[in-house]
Design a protein around this ligand. Sequence first.
Ligand code: ATP
Ligand code: MG
Length: 393
Amino acid sequence: MLKLIMIKYGELSTKKDNIGFFLNTLKRNVEDVLDGINYDIKYDKNRMFIFSEDIDTVIERVKKVFGIHEINICYRLDNRDLDTISKDIVCLVKEREFKTFKVAVKRSDKTYPIDSMELARKLGGVILKNVDGVKVDVHNPEILVNVEIRNDTAYIYMDKIKGAGGYPVGVLGKGLLMLSGGIDSPVAGYMAIKRGVKLECVYFESPPHTSVEAKNKVLELAKKLAVYNNGMKVHIINFTNIQESIYKNIPKEYLITIMRRMMYRISAIISHNSRGHIIVNGESIGQVASQTLTSMEVINEVVKMPVIRPVACFDKLEIIDIARKIDTYDISILPYEDCCTIFVPEHPVINPELNKCYEYEELIPYKELIYEAIKDHKIIKAGEDNKEFDELL
Ligand code: ATP
Ligand code: MG
């Protein structure tokens, strides 16, 4: 018997046409997280097997890989003869304390001479005969002994670990996350990555009105997301000139609306330039003045590219739950100012009008300002153990 890890893909298996691409991407993503460990990996369209001396570390790491539905600690038998399966199954269940059990059999090779039901019954009988004081419970067994008959041999597993779910990162293409230092946008990013979107981030800073600490906080958040995204590029945009120009020339209640229209315009260009198809952000309906439906409509109007708002319909507490789970919450609540918070007027417009936006935007040379901001933008690469990134913090 050989102990190894068996991976089930879940949702993946329904994507018949690009399954090859999906699986290749998944394999590459798994290989990325296993960097530095000795392992051997094999896969077909139903299962992936990883052999390693360091099973615990492998499991800890692959638990974070999207596209994996279930992880099982599994035993590959020397052959699939009934005698071998019987001997090994008894040996494996005897290592455990249990009163009730069930045997479930799956045959991916239908030419195997015993059908699934019959084999399950036979193996159940073998366990009853060899282990004292146990009985079968088909509805609520303490241990579920899974036996899979595959072409090469038979496999037994009992321990299921929930995978991260979703699609392998990258299979759906690329997008750009507007990453602020808040609670919402990292969660939004995580959710988009989970659906297979490979992200880059954009962060708007306004030095000297915003501090280096505020930027570092965003870079720390990007680093958390990098674990799921196989690294992360952060585009840093100097927003100072645009923001000051808006502040000096545009009526205060429209500051945020116009500022966000500028952010969207820049984000669409950066996303497009990095071969992205969408913008992702952490807007949540009704949370602040710029997130009323009319605000969203007026702000969204400047871009053709779809804007995905994964947390749009979540309550703050639901967002916080995910933020804690992905370990971004403690970073997000650090008290550094954001470029939005600094220029926030006392009474931002709740129902902005598009005509007024057109009129006010005429008051500033916004195209040139956007051009300058994009021309001078910096890119920082973040990865799980990216030294370059650490040095910058
Ligand atoms: P968050 O908690 O994510 O900061 P928020 O509730 O503070 O969100 P806003 O400040 O209105 O809401 O921002 C809405 C979204 O716009 C953010 O979730 C983020 O996606 C984007 N955003 C805001 N400020 C910035 C910034 N300085 N750089 C990049 N994106 C930003
Ligand atoms: Mg914010």
